[in-house]
Design a protein around this ligand. Sequence first.
Ligand code: SAM
Length: 273
Amino acid sequence: MRRWIAAVLLATAGQAPAQDTGPVHDAPYVPSPVSTVDEMLRLAEVGPADVVYDLGAGDGRVVIAAAAKFGARGVGVEIDARLVAQARARAASAGVADRVRFLQQDLFRTDLSEATVVSLYLSPNFNLKLRPALLALAPGTRVVSHSSGMGDWQPDRRTAIRKDVLLWIVPADVAGRWRATLGTGPQARKLELEIAQHYQDVSASAVLDGTAALVWEARLRGDRLSFVIVEHLGTASESGLYFEGRVAGSAIEGSVARGVGSRRAVLGWRAHR
Ligand SMILES: C[S@@+](CC[C@H](N)C(=O)[O-])C[C@H]1O[C@@H](n2cnc3c(N)ncnc32)[C@H](O)[C@@H]1O
């Protein structure tokens, strides 16, 4: 569903008049230094299972490095035919022509649904226009940008080695009310969670077995949600419940560890909206 939305959003963005998207004029050809390309791919933790899309691919250096140094597959999208020809020739001399493709087209009209990593060296304006389509990609997709930010969507990580490199991990949609069960059978416990979300930043409140509980250290990374609830077991005793779960649409499933060290016991938990 999200992938379909991504394609529609991109198609919609591509319908803007040429002077509005400002191809090339808004993001003229300036190649990234080799060390910056390496850092973008390192920060995005690119590996052999990845498909790296470089939007505005220039001479193809990002996708060629992704294939040659990280064993990934790559797709470069570039509007300038001369640069596309150059990129194909460079891929052939690097021996990676079978792992990379170059499409001569407008990046705003590109279907990104197979991308696991999206690489950008564009203007802040282009990044903002792309943002809705990027957020609609599968949770966990990495977006890496040389220099430009993404408005109020703050990066998950950033480094500065010659140039600024910013990394975002597309967050799952977790906002709203969830009803969860911890464990199974007659001992199963009930948890209600209310999650507030701003991109990957999340906070939550909870009711555990009918009693309000504070939620600590709520974190969302792609489709992985984690948080901690402290259970008060009387005046002198309390125990942490450490939740981890994977979000898949309107369900979350994972494990909860009660206690630490030799007192740690692990149960399953599942939640639905
Ligand atoms: C700053 S260069 C980045 C090149 C390469 N990604 C790198 O990091 O070395 C931006 C590239 O985007 C291309 N470009 C600009 N607008 C575009 C559009 N609407 N669709 C596809 N490519 C575009 C330009 O031709 C240029 O090659």
